[in-house]
Write a protein that binds this ligand. Structure first.
Ligand code: NAD
Ligand code: LMR
Length: 337
């Protein structure tokens, strides 16, 4: 049984994510933390007849929200409005993430940390640097959540191929997403080349890649100033958390289908091999990982050998952008010590 804390639990993502966690039989204690409404939402959720408890914590109570928590999920921070890039969120969200990480280091140093807040490419390095500076960084326990890109890659593929001919479940093994979580750092890669050839033959490959890379913009535009993806993100965040919770019972890393997440490569088995194969010094990257006992135990790199020429070009475009995003996070963190 697992204690889970959601930091930013009253937001557009935080509320539906908390609901999904309240329904999960593996969660025993759900703690909601936000600047507002956390007690109210916890009372509301606590009436649901599942076995977990739900408790709310306000800013004075963050230590209690974190103490003993095994999994901390962070959707705290501002979302985009039309015309903004994820990078435009950096100034505000970097400070939020940094201050929350300081609290995690003090009150839940052994928790797994899932970062949803944007820009993921720069905020995960802040979490890394903040924990590292107090000797609390554990490479397998810090993950940036890129699952929404993967979910979109499946949905948008079935949108092209046709829902009557294909079920989305069938396509879940056809494509995944690596790289980072913004624009051209988001790279769909085909694990089943048959579908890649199909898109190439029907001249839909470029528009497909563009839609996966800029899918977030569709939602920001449609919400017209009220925010970005929340419901699909809650589902994505929960799907990743569920994989992690399932892995708590696994003794061998090979028992589970790898899932991409944004991690610190040099600290993980397979990470340096991946850097070598990609011919890069970029230290954070979203790649398929194996989870065991709720932590990342290995980064996959075999997929690099199978990339097609288009995917190699996408990776080449992604790496310098990612490198800048990461540098921005690391220097913020060092400068604000
Ligand atoms: P929102 O504004 O609806 O909610 C954010 C919540 O964070 C609010 O309730 C706010 O009170 C809270 N908050 C702010 N500062 C806090 C602090 N210091 N401590 C605790 N809580 C704090 O925003 P949202 O739509 O839920 O989005 C949240 C973040 O998630 C944004 O940065 C957004 O860009 C990002 N996001 C990421 C992905 C992804 O794929 N990783 C997808 C969608 C959105
Ligand atoms: C997304 O991909 O939907 C999120 O990162 C939110 C955004 O700003 O697009």
């Amino acid at each position: 049984m697992v204690s889970v804390t959601v930091l930013g639990s009253s937001g557009g993502i935080g509320q539906p994510l908390s609901l999904l966690l309240k329904l999960d039989p593996q969660v025993s204690s759900l703690r909601l933390y936000d600047l507002k409404l956390s007690h109210g939402n916890a009372t509301d959720l606590s009436h649901i007849d599942t076995n977990s408890s739900a408790a709310g914590f306000n800013t004075a109570e963050i230590a209690l929200a974190l103490k003993g928590s095994q999994l901390v999920i962070i959707p705290a921070g501002i979302p985009r409005k039309p015309g903004m890039s994820r990078d435009d969120l950096f100034k505000i969200n970097a400070k939020i993430i940094k201050s929350l990480t300081v609290q995690i280091a003090e009150h839940a140093p052994d928790a797994r940390i899932l970062v949803i807040s944007n820009p993921v490419n720069s905020l995960v390095p802040i979490v890394y640097e903040t924990l590292q500076s107090v000797g609390k960084f554990q490479p397998g326990k810090v993950m940036g959540i890129t699952t929404l890109d993967i979910i979109r890659s499946h949905t948008f593929l079935v949108d092209i191929l046709g829902r009557t001919a294909y079920s989305v479940d069938k396509l879940k093994d056809a494509v995944t997403v690596v790289g980072g979580h913004s624009g051209e750092t988001i790279i769909p890669i085909f694990t089943d080349q048959k579908y890649y050839r199909r898109l190439r033959d029907t001249r839909t490959y470029e528009s497909y890649v563009h839609r996966v890379q800029f899918g977030g913009d569709e939602v920001v535009k449609a919400k017209d100033g009220s925010g970005s993806a929340t419901l699909s993100m809650a589902w994505a965040g929960y799907s990743f958390a569920k994989k992690l919770l399932n892995s708590l019972h696994l003794n061998t890393a090979g028992d589970q289908h790898p899932i991409p997440t944004f991690v610190y490569l040099p600290g993980l088995p397979g990470g340096k091999e991946l850097q070598k194969k990609l011919n890069t010094s970029v230290e954070f990257f979203s790649a398929p990982v194996k989870l065991e006992k709720g932590i990342v135990v290995a980064v996959e790199h075999d997929w690099v050998d199978k990339l097609n020429e288009d995917e190699k070009k996408l990776i080449a475009k992604c790496l310098p952008i990612l490198e800048n995003n990461i540098k921005k996070g690391l220097s913020f963190s060092k400068d604000t010590k």
